[in-house]
Design a protein. Structure first.
Length: 227
Protein backbone atom coordinates (compact mmCIF):
# COMPACT_ATOMS: atom_id res chain seq x y z
CA UNK A 1 0.00 0.00 0.00
CA UNK A 2 1.33 3.41 -0.94
CA UNK A 3 1.72 5.99 1.81
CA UNK A 4 1.74 9.71 1.12
CA UNK A 5 2.15 12.84 3.21
CA UNK A 6 0.93 16.06 1.64
CA UNK A 7 2.08 19.53 2.65
CA UNK A 8 0.64 22.63 1.01
CA UNK A 9 3.25 25.35 1.44
CA UNK A 10 2.74 29.06 0.82
CA UNK A 11 6.28 30.22 0.07
CA UNK A 12 7.03 27.26 -2.14
CA UNK A 13 10.74 27.63 -2.92
CA UNK A 14 11.80 28.87 0.52
CA UNK A 15 9.74 26.38 2.50
CA UNK A 16 10.71 23.44 0.29
CA UNK A 17 14.37 24.41 0.57
CA UNK A 18 14.10 24.65 4.35
CA UNK A 19 12.46 21.22 4.54
CA UNK A 20 15.21 19.61 2.45
CA UNK A 21 18.04 21.28 4.35
CA UNK A 22 16.52 20.28 7.70
CA UNK A 23 16.39 16.66 6.54
CA UNK A 24 19.98 17.00 5.39
CA UNK A 25 21.14 18.22 8.79
CA UNK A 26 19.43 15.27 10.44
CA UNK A 27 21.06 12.83 8.02
CA UNK A 28 24.50 14.28 8.72
CA UNK A 29 23.97 14.08 12.47
CA UNK A 30 22.75 10.48 12.24
CA UNK A 31 24.97 9.06 9.49
CA UNK A 32 27.67 11.64 8.74
CA UNK A 33 26.60 12.26 5.13
CA UNK A 34 23.61 13.73 3.31
CA UNK A 35 22.86 11.79 0.13
CA UNK A 36 20.58 13.97 -1.99
CA UNK A 37 19.11 13.01 -5.36
CA UNK A 38 18.14 15.90 -7.65
CA UNK A 39 15.28 16.19 -10.10
CA UNK A 40 15.23 18.18 -13.32
CA UNK A 41 12.74 20.80 -14.44
CA UNK A 42 11.73 24.39 -13.76
CA UNK A 43 10.14 23.77 -10.36
CA UNK A 44 13.24 22.20 -8.79
CA UNK A 45 15.37 25.03 -10.21
CA UNK A 46 13.77 27.63 -7.93
CA UNK A 47 14.03 25.27 -4.94
CA UNK A 48 17.75 24.70 -5.58
CA UNK A 49 18.36 28.43 -5.79
CA UNK A 50 16.57 28.87 -2.46
CA UNK A 51 18.66 26.06 -0.95
CA UNK A 52 21.86 27.82 -2.00
CA UNK A 53 20.61 31.14 -0.68
CA UNK A 54 19.29 29.78 2.61
CA UNK A 55 22.04 27.24 3.24
CA UNK A 56 24.94 29.52 4.12
CA UNK A 57 25.58 27.57 7.31
CA UNK A 58 24.72 24.14 5.87
CA UNK A 59 27.52 21.50 5.96
CA UNK A 60 27.75 21.16 2.19
CA UNK A 61 31.09 19.37 2.47
CA UNK A 62 29.15 16.39 3.84
CA UNK A 63 26.64 16.35 0.99
CA UNK A 64 26.65 13.84 -1.89
CA UNK A 65 24.65 14.67 -5.01
CA UNK A 66 23.07 12.30 -7.53
CA UNK A 67 20.61 12.80 -10.39
CA UNK A 68 17.33 10.94 -10.82
CA UNK A 69 17.53 11.26 -14.59
CA UNK A 70 19.35 13.02 -17.36
CA UNK A 71 18.88 13.87 -21.02
CA UNK A 72 21.51 12.37 -23.32
CA UNK A 73 23.13 15.69 -24.13
CA UNK A 74 26.47 17.30 -23.18
CA UNK A 75 26.63 18.97 -19.75
CA UNK A 76 26.61 22.47 -21.29
CA UNK A 77 23.45 21.82 -23.31
CA UNK A 78 20.36 23.83 -22.41
CA UNK A 79 18.44 20.57 -21.85
CA UNK A 80 20.97 19.14 -19.38
CA UNK A 81 19.63 18.54 -15.87
CA UNK A 82 23.20 18.80 -14.62
CA UNK A 83 23.58 22.25 -16.17
CA UNK A 84 20.38 23.43 -14.47
CA UNK A 85 21.55 22.08 -11.09
CA UNK A 86 24.99 23.60 -11.54
CA UNK A 87 23.58 27.02 -12.36
CA UNK A 88 21.06 27.04 -9.50
CA UNK A 89 22.84 25.14 -6.72
CA UNK A 90 26.17 23.48 -7.39
CA UNK A 91 28.03 26.65 -8.40
CA UNK A 92 26.55 28.58 -5.46
CA UNK A 93 27.12 26.08 -2.64
CA UNK A 94 30.54 24.73 -1.59
CA UNK A 95 29.90 21.11 -2.59
CA UNK A 96 33.05 19.17 -3.43
CA UNK A 97 33.16 18.27 -7.11
CA UNK A 98 34.01 14.68 -6.15
CA UNK A 99 30.71 14.49 -4.27
CA UNK A 100 28.66 15.39 -7.34
CA UNK A 101 27.82 12.22 -9.27
CA UNK A 102 26.91 13.41 -12.75
CA UNK A 103 25.23 11.17 -15.31
CA UNK A 104 27.38 11.35 -18.44
CA UNK A 105 24.66 12.07 -20.97
CA UNK A 106 27.20 12.84 -23.68
CA UNK A 107 28.49 9.25 -24.03
CA UNK A 108 26.83 6.05 -25.24
CA UNK A 109 23.61 5.72 -23.21
CA UNK A 110 24.09 2.06 -22.29
CA UNK A 111 27.65 2.77 -21.15
CA UNK A 112 26.55 5.85 -19.22
CA UNK A 113 23.82 3.91 -17.39
CA UNK A 114 26.22 1.08 -16.51
CA UNK A 115 28.83 3.56 -15.33
CA UNK A 116 26.35 5.37 -13.08
CA UNK A 117 24.99 2.14 -11.72
CA UNK A 118 28.51 0.97 -10.86
CA UNK A 119 29.32 4.26 -9.10
CA UNK A 120 26.23 4.01 -6.91
CA UNK A 121 26.84 0.31 -6.26
CA UNK A 122 30.36 1.05 -5.01
CA UNK A 123 29.01 3.52 -2.45
CA UNK A 124 26.25 1.11 -1.45
CA UNK A 125 28.75 -1.67 -0.92
CA UNK A 126 30.86 0.51 1.38
CA UNK A 127 27.70 1.32 3.34
CA UNK A 128 26.54 -2.30 3.53
CA UNK A 129 23.47 -1.63 1.37
CA UNK A 130 21.86 -3.80 -1.29
CA UNK A 131 21.11 -0.60 -3.22
CA UNK A 132 22.27 2.97 -2.87
CA UNK A 133 20.04 4.61 -0.27
CA UNK A 134 19.25 8.30 -0.72
CA UNK A 135 18.46 10.28 2.39
CA UNK A 136 16.28 12.50 0.21
CA UNK A 137 15.37 11.84 -3.41
CA UNK A 138 13.60 14.72 -5.15
CA UNK A 139 11.16 14.02 -7.95
CA UNK A 140 8.98 16.06 -10.27
CA UNK A 141 5.66 15.10 -11.78
CA UNK A 142 4.65 15.45 -15.41
CA UNK A 143 1.07 16.12 -16.56
CA UNK A 144 1.01 12.53 -17.87
CA UNK A 145 1.97 11.19 -14.44
CA UNK A 146 5.58 10.46 -15.33
CA UNK A 147 8.43 11.02 -12.90
CA UNK A 148 12.20 11.02 -13.51
CA UNK A 149 12.27 9.66 -17.11
CA UNK A 150 9.78 6.90 -16.38
CA UNK A 151 6.98 7.53 -18.87
CA UNK A 152 3.61 5.83 -19.37
CA UNK A 153 3.93 2.63 -21.40
CA UNK A 154 7.70 2.40 -21.09
CA UNK A 155 9.26 -1.06 -20.53
CA UNK A 156 11.37 0.68 -17.88
CA UNK A 157 8.38 0.77 -15.54
CA UNK A 158 8.69 -2.95 -14.92
CA UNK A 159 12.46 -3.03 -14.40
CA UNK A 160 13.09 -4.95 -11.18
CA UNK A 161 16.86 -5.56 -11.19
CA UNK A 162 18.72 -2.62 -12.72
CA UNK A 163 19.07 0.66 -10.84
CA UNK A 164 19.88 2.96 -13.77
CA UNK A 165 18.92 2.32 -17.40
CA UNK A 166 18.78 4.09 -20.76
CA UNK A 167 15.27 4.89 -21.96
CA UNK A 168 13.44 6.59 -24.80
CA UNK A 169 10.96 9.29 -23.82
CA UNK A 170 8.14 10.88 -25.80
CA UNK A 171 9.55 14.40 -25.50
CA UNK A 172 12.74 15.82 -27.05
CA UNK A 173 15.46 15.03 -26.47
CA UNK A 174 14.06 11.48 -26.41
CA UNK A 175 17.15 9.56 -25.33
CA UNK A 176 17.40 9.61 -21.52
CA UNK A 177 19.04 7.97 -18.55
CA UNK A 178 16.90 7.28 -15.51
CA UNK A 179 16.86 5.73 -12.09
CA UNK A 180 14.39 2.85 -11.83
CA UNK A 181 11.68 2.26 -9.26
CA UNK A 182 13.70 -0.25 -7.19
CA UNK A 183 16.33 2.45 -6.61
CA UNK A 184 13.76 5.21 -6.12
CA UNK A 185 11.84 3.17 -3.57
CA UNK A 186 15.03 2.36 -1.64
CA UNK A 187 15.30 6.04 -0.59
CA UNK A 188 14.70 6.97 3.02
CA UNK A 189 12.58 9.90 1.87
CA UNK A 190 11.11 10.64 -1.55
CA UNK A 191 9.85 14.19 -2.01
CA UNK A 192 7.71 15.28 -4.94
CA UNK A 193 7.99 18.98 -5.77
CA UNK A 194 4.85 20.25 -7.54
CA UNK A 195 4.05 23.95 -7.87
CA UNK A 196 1.58 23.96 -10.77
CA UNK A 197 -2.06 23.96 -9.65
CA UNK A 198 -2.93 22.53 -13.05
CA UNK A 199 -1.47 19.23 -11.86
CA UNK A 200 -3.81 18.94 -8.85
CA UNK A 201 -5.88 16.23 -10.51
CA UNK A 202 -2.92 14.08 -11.51
CA UNK A 203 -1.44 14.49 -8.00
CA UNK A 204 -4.68 13.17 -6.52
CA UNK A 205 -4.74 10.28 -8.99
CA UNK A 206 -1.14 9.33 -8.26
CA UNK A 207 -1.75 9.42 -4.52
CA UNK A 208 -4.79 7.18 -5.06
CA UNK A 209 -2.59 4.66 -6.88
CA UNK A 210 -3.94 5.17 -10.40
CA UNK A 211 -2.00 2.62 -12.47
CA UNK A 212 -2.08 4.88 -15.56
CA UNK A 213 0.52 7.09 -13.90
CA UNK A 214 4.10 5.86 -13.48
CA UNK A 215 4.55 8.02 -10.36
CA UNK A 216 1.96 5.79 -8.65
CA UNK A 217 4.71 3.17 -8.37
CA UNK A 218 6.54 5.24 -5.78
CA UNK A 219 5.58 3.42 -2.60
CA UNK A 220 6.05 6.21 -0.04
CA UNK A 221 6.43 9.92 -0.58
CA UNK A 222 6.13 13.39 0.85
CA UNK A 223 4.39 15.84 -1.48
CA UNK A 224 5.39 19.49 -1.22
CA UNK A 225 2.71 21.37 -3.12
CA UNK A 226 2.73 25.05 -4.00
CA UNK A 227 -1.01 25.34 -4.49
Amino acid sequence: MNTHTTLHIADFATDAARTILDLGRTAIIERGLFRLGLAGGDTPRIVYAAMAEGGADFPWAKTQITFGDERCVPPEDKDSNYRMARESLLSAAPIAQGNVFRMHGEIDPAAAAAEYEAKLAAVAMRCGEARYVHDVLLLGLGPDGHTASLFPGSPALDESTRNVIPVIGPKPPPQRLTMTFPLINAARRVIFLVKDAGKAQVVAEVQAGDPRHPASRVTSATWLLGF
